[in-house]
Design a protein around this ligand. Structure first.
Ligand SMILES: Cc1cc2nc3c(=O)[nH]c(=O)nc-3n(C[C@H](O)[C@H](O)[C@H](O)COP(=O)(O)OP(=O)(O)OC[C@H]3O[C@@H](n4cnc5c(N)ncnc54)[C@H](O)[C@@H]3O)c2cc1C
Length: 444
């Protein structure tokens, strides 16, 4: 392999082992990789040249935006990484926002605030626009504006054959459909264009703290009833966390109200304060950018070989009393694990399931469970137990969000059969040799 062919073909940088910036560029949140080279492209032409180089040399190809992939697929060993953080510009024209494929959501929120605009992203500043958007993107305005993909109007994509195309409703419509939920399977998105939404006065954000001993079934039922009656400006998440180091276990309902009117937010959430077991609460106006958490899990902790993770997630059409009772019982038996429940509905559910590659729109609750165990004997006995407990929820759950899964091959679970069949045929048309496989892989 002669890397000078690549170096001389592009304007951006090609980093190889020994270069000062190589180690940082080869490392993602999950930990370090050891690729033969990392490209920091200057533009789409550089990306196209890099894709062609990887394809012609038979190199494993990774595409990196924010680097948060749960399995570390945005780096690799011995292959080529396209590190899109060098294409991270954000420009605003009216309500249309064009964002480089390697930008991070915290930067987007901060750049849009002076324009009185926002896009529903995720909940963390450091997560990349690339990976989150291509997988769907569940954020703090999901009930008001839907998923991140529901605000996407166009994308510039470098294909496996080196062509650079624009995908939108009229140009490459199949590709545009597939990249709205199909992950990084179809090409490298160098630019996303979103239609942003007005948010002139920021948000009101708060948390309802619950005693760890609170009756979870009661909590969930009361919370669900509040949200069912609330305006779509209100998006809420239940978060139960085990003790971590010096941090005690916690149980809380976190909310964001789209708008700066504290009284309206307080009125919409007042009934949450009556839930038995509430120990305190906060509520405050703030810029949307301040709601996003900065934390980036430390690669040394999260990727450490000493601790392994078992996780699962699924969508429930109705957060009904029977599901709630079983969920509370399962959580009680799981013990100290992470449980997150996000209530969806609203604008999220009004998009037709066949309109994008995100099939599960008839969803009131999205339920996520994560447990951490020391690797070895403890993991080997506890992980099957955790999986067995979680499977008791199967009668109520369908689908899975791939961006929150550490399964190596989740696609059969992620998509309804018709969605997966269409994704596979589009994959066969755009990437028949499966060059873009460092993702939850949809095989052609
Ligand atoms: C702390 C944390 C918080 C999170 N919070 C949320 C949340 O609130 N909502 C939510 O929906 N998700 C959330 N996620 C999940 C997140 O959406 C996924 O981890 C996502 O893959 C991260 O994207 P990234 O660009 O940072 O990751 P990367 O590791 O850079 O990318 C992941 C994969 O996406 C593909 N990819 C990335 N960029 C491009 C591109 N421009 N073109 C083509 N392919 C590309 C590649 O296949 C790559 O392997 C969270 C994850 C973490 C770790």
């Amino acid at each position: 392999m002669d890397l000078t062919t690549l170096t001389s073909a592009i304007r951006g940088a090609v980093l190889t082992p020994g270069d000062d910036a190589y180690l940082e560029a080869a490392t993602v949140v999950k930990g370090p990789g050891s690729p033969a080279a990392v490209v920091r492209p200057a533009d789409a032409a550089d990306v196209a040249a890099s894709v062609a180089f990887a394809r012609d040399e038979g190199l494993v190809l990774s595409v990196r935006s924010g680097g948060h992939d749960s399995l570390g697929r945005s780096t690799n060993d011995g292959g080529l990484v396209i590190d899109l953080r060098s294409i991270a510009d954000i420009s605003v024209e009216g309500d249309l926002v064009t964002i480089g494929g390697g930008a991070r959501w915290g930067d987007v929120a901060a750049a849009l605030a002076p324009h009185g605009l926002a896009i529903s992203s995720g909940d963390t500043t450091t997560v990349g626009v690339g990976g989150l958007t291509l997988g769907g993107g569940v954020g703090w305005f999901v009930r008001l504006w839907g998923l991140a993909i529901d605000s996407l109007v166009s994308a510039d994509v470098v294909l496996a054959d080196g062509r650079v195309v624009t995908a939108n409703e009229t140009s490459e419509p199949d590709l545009f459909w597939a990249i709205r939920g199909g992950g990084g399977n179809f090409g490298v998105v160098t630019r996303f264009t979103f239609r942003a939404h007005p948010l002139p006065d920021g948000v009101v954000s708060g948390a309802i703290e619950l005693s760890p001993d609170a009756d979870l079934a009661n909590v969930f039922t009361a919370w669900r009833d509040v949200v069912r009656a609330a305006p779509e400006q209100l998006t809420t998440t239940y978060l139960g966390m085990p003790a971590f180091g010096e941090m005690p276990a916690s149980s809380q309902i976190v909310f964001v109200w789209a708008g700066g009117d504290v009284d309206s937010a307080a009125e919409a959430t007042a009934a949450l304060l009556d839930i038995p077991g509430v120990t305190g609460h906060t509520i405050a106006p703030m810029p949307y950018a301040d709601v996003l958490m900065d934390e980036q899990p430390d690669a040394a902790e999260v990727g450490s070989p000493a601790i392994a993770m078992v996780d699962d997630n699924g969508f429930a059409a109705r957060f009904d009393d029977e599901l709630i009772a079983e969920l509370a019982a399962v959580k009680g038996e799981l013990g100290e694990t992470v449980l997150m429940v996000r209530l969806l509905g609203g604008a999220y559910g009004r998009v037709a399931p066949e309109a994008t590659a995100w099939g599960y729109r008839d969803t009131e609750a999205w339920i996520i469970s994560v447990a951490f165990y020391p690797e070895g004997e403890v993991f080997d006995t506890q992980a099957p137990r955790a999986r067995a407990l979680w499977s008791r929820l199967d009668p109520w759950l369908a689908g899975m969000y791939g961006n929150f899964s550490s399964l190596t091959d989740p696609v059969e679970r992620m998509y309804p059969p018709a969605t997966l069949a269409r994704l596979r045929s589009i994959k066969a048309a755009y990437d028949p040799a499966n060059l873009f496989h460092r993702t939850y892989n949809i095989r052609p």
